[in-house]
Design a protein around this ligand. Structure first.
Ligand SMILES: *[C@@H]1O[C@H](CO)[C@@H](O)[C@H](O)[C@H]1NC(C)=O
Length: 254
């Protein structure tokens, strides 16, 4: 049996040599050629697969860590409220729907701008909320009152920006409607803020020209005030795997 190598350097270039050297059994020659080209094909495919998987993994990493600017993510969550007990006939607590839009702004997407529409089945206020992870501040613009409220960003109720982006990328697909619960938060107005320009560019843009107040957790305040002398509003939003019910109370006459 005679072997013919592909592009064998010994093979004459004029093409006649091949005939001279090789008058091989045509069957073996064909089989040999086929094996060889199959091998090449496999190698090429393997190479392509490597390159492709590299591209896919690289692309996934880029997509994960380069924040899509100006993209609006729409998210919805179903939540149950432990304060709302099931009807006599029902065994499970009812679920309510919360929905909102979020955009990631600033350097590295470190500012989450959240739009909370007028709730459909609820007395909560529509709002625009900013979580500024760089300055560690949260601002609520209550759209019903047109007032702004500022408090230190609470990292135990707001996910870090990267995790928040991941959550909203999942929510934005539309197939993912998690069932979750409501966490209550009780905040009090403590003072008026006159210079909103010290709260960073994004909160300044949100709150300039509005009455702006500083907030504090009620449980960190000494001397619990009576609710009857307060004007309270609530804003429901999510920046985590649960829905946050923020009660903002303002003593009359502040
Ligand atoms: C953050 O929120 C949790 C839950 O509402 C609360 O218990 C905690 O006191 C808050 N932390 C700060 C620093 O306000």
């Amino acid at each position: 049996m005679v072997k013919i190598g592909f592009n064998s350097p010994a093979a004459p270039k004029d093409g006649k040599g091949a005939l001279l050297v090789a008058e091989p059994d045509p069957e073996t020659a064909v089989v040999d050629g086929r094996e060889n080209s199959t091998g090449r094909c496999l190698f090429t495919l393997l190479g392509l697969a490597f390159i492709l998987s590299g591209l896919i993994i690289g692309g996934a990493c880029l997509y994960r860590f380069i924040v899509p600017k100006n993209k609006v993510f729409h998210g919805r969550m179903q939540y149950s409220d432990s304060n709302v007990l099931p009807d006599a006939l029902e065994t499970e607590a009812p679920y309510f729907l919360a929905s909102e839009d979020v955009q990631f702004l600033g350097n590295d997407g470190n500012v989450a701008l959240i739009d909370v529409p007028v709730p459909e089945f609820d007395d909560a206020d529509p709002a625009v909320i900013i979580h500024d992870f760089e300055l560690i501040l949260t601002a609520y613009l209550d759209l019903k009152l047109d007032n702004c409220y500022v408090i230190a960003l609470n990292t135990s109720v707001v996910l870090p920006p990267r995790n928040l982006l991941e959550l909203f990328m999942r929510l934005a697909t539309g197939d993912y409607l998690p069932q979750t619960y409501l966490v209550h938060e009780d905040l009090m107005v403590t003072e008026r803020i006159d210079n909103v320009d010290q709260l960073g560019y994004f909160i300044y843009r949100l709150c300039s020209g509005k009455k702006t107040y500083r907030l504090q957790h009620r449980n960190t305040l000494k001397g619990i005030q009576k609710r009857s002398t307060e004007n309270c509003h609530r804003i429901k939003h999510f920046a985590n795997k649960f829905v946050l019910d923020t009660l903002i109370c303002e003593p009359y006459g502040i």
